[in-house]
Design a protein around this ligand. Structure first.
Ligand code: KIV
Length: 275
């Protein structure tokens, strides 16, 4: 069944959980789509897990469009959400609408996601007015890593928790149809989930959220040896891939691959005439 923004609002009403995973290329998106995951996020985590940057700040609009378009070619049913990269919307409401439009027109996303609270309510409102659905992103917003002084759990003090609740209410009023809560204490995330009529999608925000999102390289142990506390490791694909690459290298060195079963034939008569 095709997932749309309606799927998201109905899931909240019916108390059904929503699943979201990141993807950045055609083949992975196709597998995730075929697995029946509700939504694919083309996250700007692209910068770290695919492009090898230390953070997400260097990701460009061109990067996001290129990878979102690849994902969209692999998807039939998942709702595709594309991240607005650093400085593609912070600069002005005009830039926000223009760049959100590019992710839809050129990347073929169904919705965009942007990081930040009430300070970006006018941006969200303008994008929504342009008929582009918006997912907000609160808590640990990685584009603010320098302002936060590192990747840290957010909303732990009374003031910070109150501020986060206020942000969540304001972005909902601005028209966001869902909100990602990243690295937020689970009891606070559950409270925000209760207060909102739009679904919350948690990552490191506990089971009280309306849905969950993970970076697929994290759940498959493909990115680094370390598995963050909030990630469940579903398979050690990194190790499986490394072992397969090693076996291939050894087969090539030892002349074991390719063998007869991997070859194409030609008439001996033709070959003889070529000598
Ligand atoms: O970029 C990303 O992958 C994200 C998720 C961590 C929510 O924003």
């Amino acid at each position: 069944m095709k997932n749309t923004v309606i799927t998201f609002s109905q899931a909240k009403e019916k108390n059904e959980k929503l699943s979201m995973l990141t993807a950045y290329d055609y083949s992975t998106a196709k597998l995730i789509d075929e697995a029946g995951i509700n939504s694919i996020l083309v996250g700007d985590s692209l910068g770290m897990v695919c492009l090898g940057y230390e953070d997400t700040l260097s990701v460009t609009m061109e990067d996001m469009i290129h990878h979102t378009a690849a994902v969209s070619r692999g998807c039939k049913n998942a709702l595709i959400v594309s991240d607005m990269p650093f400085m593609s919307y912070q600069t002005s409401v005009y830039d926000a609408v223009k760049n959100a439009g590019r992710l839809i027109k050129e990347g073929h996303a169904h919705a965009v996601k942007l990081e930040g609270g009430k300070e970006f309510a006018p941006h969200i409102e303008a994008i929504v007015k342009a008929s582009i659905p918006v997912v907000a992103h609160l808590g640990l917003t990685p584009q603010s890593v320098n302002a936060f002084g590192g990747f840290k759990v957010q909303g732990k003090s009374l003031d910070a928790a109150r501020n986060l609740i206020d942000d969540a209410v304001k972005i909902q009023e601005a028209g966001a149809f869902a909100v990602v809560l990243e690295c937020v204490p689970s009891k606070l995330a559950a409270l925000i989930t209760k207060k909102l009529s739009i679904p919350t999608i948690g990552i490191g925000a506990g089971a009280g959220c309306d849905g969950q999102v993970l970076v697929y390289q994290d759940m498959l142990s493909m990115y680094s040896g370390l598995t963050p506390k909030f990630v469940k490791k579903y398979a050690d694909v990194g190790e499986i891939m490394k072992n397969a690459f090693k076996a291939y290298g050894e087969d090539v060195s030892n002349g074991v691959f390719p063998d007869k079963t991997n070859e194409f034939s030609i008439d001996d008569e033709i070959i003889e005439k070529l000598y």
